[in-house]
Design a protein around this ligand. Structure first.
Ligand code: SIN
Ligand code: FE
Length: 300
């Protein structure tokens, strides 16, 4: 895997970056190519996360235009909302110009602010981001669509350092069966599996917050943790290290690119759910790769 750099934006010669991303590469812009005022960056970095009204997980929900992770009455709530909304809008505009074919069908997911130094964080295994993993969202199954994440490093001096591994196809061919792909594929298709999903849908329809999951989503959620727990994979997989300097922006499919963050503080991020039918090569989607490995439909 590699980094594909966009030296200048807009580019003289527009280019389709879909294949680069779908192959498991990172698209990198050394200087953030959209407006992100210094005062907004300073404001985000000045927030105090000492267990008061502001929490460590700040998210901006694009669909409902709401910020979570801060008490509504907090003095900084209005400004934080403005700054997160403006980041989200600006990054969305940039990415829709960069990847118009994706933009035609994508679903905007959350934006987030990551205020904590990543080096030496003490978190439970499943939440640790210093262990290499592919992303999957417990509360937002994608049914085979892909997770594209765009990050901006707003720390004035520190780089954000990532370790990545070979893309999903290579990792899945080696580990998906050991991780239980066949069982998961069969259990969702079984009578018990169908019943479980039918009752989840019923409960959901009357407002109970349960999440019906396709076999694909069950597997991806499990694989996230499986990779984190797999000491052979963590120690021996081929690794690539990337340093993202202050004021840079970068993006990749975080379900295609196994990744971890080794160090860095103060990043902002926007997530997009990319429809798999808008891929330049739909057979490069993790869903297609897994279906090929197990020979069963996983998101029917
Ligand atoms: C992750 O998605 O695992 C963390 C990436 C980051 O915050 O740099
Ligand atoms: Fe991740």
């Amino acid at each position: 895997m590699k980094v594909v750099t966009i030296e200048r934006w807009p580019e003289a010669q527009p280019r389709d970056y879909r294949s680069d991303l779908e192959a498991g590469n990172i698209v990198f812009v050394p200087r953030t190519p959209f407006a992100f005022p210094k005062e907004s960056r300073d404001f985000l970095r000045s927030l105090e996360f000492g267990g008061g009204a502001i929490h460590k997980n700040i998210a901006y929900r694009t669909q409902s235009d709401k910020v979570t992770g801060i008490d509504a009455g907090a003095a900084e709530a209005k400004r934080l909302h403005d700054v997160m909304r403006s980041y989200s809008q600006n990054v969305v505009r940039f990415v829709s110009e960069l990847l118009p074919q994706y933009a035609a069908q994508w679903k905007l997911d959350y934006a987030s602010f990551r205020p904590v130094e990543e080096h030496g964080r003490d978190l439970p295994l499943n939440k640790r981001n210093d262990l290499i993993h592919t992303d999957a969202f417990p509360s937002r199954p994608t049914k085979g669509d892909l997770i594209l994440r765009v990050f901006t490093n707003i720390h004035p001096e520190k780089k954000r350092v990532w370790i990545t591994a070979d893309p999903f196809r290579i990792v899945a061919e080696k580990y998906a069966c050991d991780a239980g792909l066949t069982n998961i594929a069969e259990s969702v298709d079984s009578t018990a599996g169908r019943l479980k999903n039918a009752s989840a849908r019923l409960l959901q329809s009357v407002g109970v917050p349960v999440v019906p999951r396709s076999a694909y989503d069950s597997f991806m959620l499990h694989f996230h943790e499986y990779l984190k727990r797999n000491t052979d994979f963590q120690a021996n997989t081929r690794k690539y290290e990337f340093e993202f300097p202050p004021d840079s922006t970068w993006m990749c499919f975080t379900d295609v690119v196994p990744h971890s963050v080794k160090a860095g503080q103060h990043a902002v991020e926007q997530t997009f759910i990319i429809s798999r039918v808008s891929l330049a090569d739909p057979s490069s989607a993790p869903l297609a790769i897994l279906e090929q490995i197990c020979g069963k439909p996983l998101a029917a």
